[in-house]
Design a protein around this ligand. Structure first.
Ligand SMILES: [Zn+2]
Length: 308
C-alpha cells in the first residue's frame, strides 16, 4: 500500500491520511512477536490504519499493544475504534490520560469548544475503551515487544501533561509525539507545538533535554516521519520554543490582544520556515498542525499563569 513506508528494524510508518491529507499524521507499527502500534491517528483514520496493518500481516487477533504518546485527538482519537478492531490489544497511555480514553466525554467537550464544527471533519469522535484494557504509565514504563525487545516510556510533559516519549531498545528509535514540535519533511522545517492549556516552557525544555539524554539513534515524529540528525534537531526544537516564547512575551508586554499577538509572531517568524513560502497546500498543512493562533494562545495561557 502506498501509505506504508518500511523504516528498517521491523518498523513501518503508516500515513493515517488524517482528514484526507497525506503526510501530516503518522502512526507506526513495530512488527515482531508482539506487534505494537504507536499512535492510532484520528477516529476517522482507524479504517485506514486497519487496512495498513492487514497488509502487513497483522490480523484482528494479532495486535498485542496500542500505545499513544498523548491523548490529543490526532494521536489517540482512534483508540476506541482500534481497540474494537483488535480485541487482544492492551491500550497503553500515560496515567494522566487514561481516564479520558475510558470516558472521552470531557475531552470531546473541550475539543468541541476549541475546534467547533471543524472537529468532525478533522478528527471525528473518540469512542470509549473498557477501562480493564487500559494500562496507565507512570514516569517510566515498558511495553514488551517480544524476543527481549522493549519500548520504554518516559514522561515528557510540556506540550501536554499526559505526554510520553518512547524508545525502542533494539533500534534506538525515539517516538517523540509532539514534545519536540512539528517537523515537515518536505522542507525540513521544525516548529514548536505549544497549544493551551498545558504548555509550559520549563517542562517542555526539560522534556527535550531528557530526549537528548536517552541517546536516541533516530527521532520518529508523529508529524511527520523519521529524522536521523538527532542532536541538531533537538537543539532546533529548543531554539524554536525560546523564539516563540520571547516574541509572544514581547507582544504581551506591549498589551496586544490575541489576534494582534498572533499576527506579530507569525510575521516575525515567517522567514524561519520554508514551508510558508512553498506552495499553499504545504503551508496550510503546517498551519493545521502547529498553527500560530494555537501556539500563541498556549504561550499566553502559560504566561498568564506564571506572570499574572
Ligand atoms: Zn499532534
Amino acid at each position: 500500500m502506498d501509505n506504508i513506508t518500511a523504516l528498517g528494524g521491523d518498523v513501518y510508518e503508516i500515513d493515517t491520511r488524517m482528514a484526507g491529507f497525506s503526510g501530516i499524521t503518522a502512526g507506526y507499527l513495530i512488527l515482531g512477536d508482539r506487534p505494537c502500534l504507536v499512535e492510532t491517528g484520528t477516529s476517522t483514520s482507524a479504517p485506514v490504519v486497519r487496512d495498513a496493518l492487514a497488509s502487513l500481516g497483522v490480523g484482528p487477533d494479532d495486535l498485542a499493544t496500542v500505545v499513544v504518546t498523548h491523548i490529543h485527538l490526532d494521536h489517540a482519537g482512534g483508540v476506541g475504534d482500534i481497540a474494537g478492531f483488535y480485541p487482544q490489544a492492551e491500550i497503553v497511555v500515560h496515567e494522566k490520560g487514561a481516564r479520558h480514553l475510558a470516558d472521552p466525554s470531557r475531552l470531546m467537550a473541550s475539543a468541541r469548544m476549541v475546534w467547533g464544527d471543524k472537529l468532525d471533519t478533522l478528527f471525528g469522535e473518540l469512542s470509549p475503551t473498557e477501562a480493564s484494557r487500559i494500562r496507565a504509565l507512570g514516569d517510566t514504563g515498558a511495553v514488551d515487544l517480544g524476543n527481549g525487545r522493549t519500548l520504554s516510556s518516559h514522561y515528557s510533559p510540556g506540550h501536554a501533561k499526559h505526554h510520553v516519549g518512547l524508545i525502542d531498545s533494539e533500534t534506538g528509535d525515539l517516538y517523540v509525539g509532539d514534545a519536540a514540535g512539528v517537523y515537515l519533511p518536505q522542507t525540513g522545517d521544525l516548529r514548536p507545538a505549544t497549544p493551551p492549556p498545558d504548555f509550559d516552557l520549563g517542562t517542555a525544555l526539560d522534556s527535550i533535554a531528557l530526549f537528548e539524554a536517552l541517546g536516541p539513534q533516530r527521532l520518529l515524529f508523529s508529524h511527520y516521519g523519521p529524522v536521523t540528525d538527532v542532536a541538531a534537531t533537538l537543539e532546533r526544537s529548543a531554539e524554536e520554543l525560546r523564539i516563540w516564547v520571547d516574541l509572544t512575551r514581547q507582544a504581551r508586554s506591549e498589551g496586544m490582544d490575541l489576534d494582534h499577538a498572533v499576527a506579530m509572531v507569525r510575521e516575525r517568524t515567517r522567514e524561519r520556515y520554508a514551508a510558508l513560502k512553498a506552495d499553499e497546500a504545504t503551508a496550510e498543512q503546517f498551519e493545521l498542525l502547529s498553527g500560530a493562533p494555537s501556539n500563541v494562545a498556549g504561550i499566553l495561557h502559560w504566561l498568564d499563569r506564571v506572570q499574572p
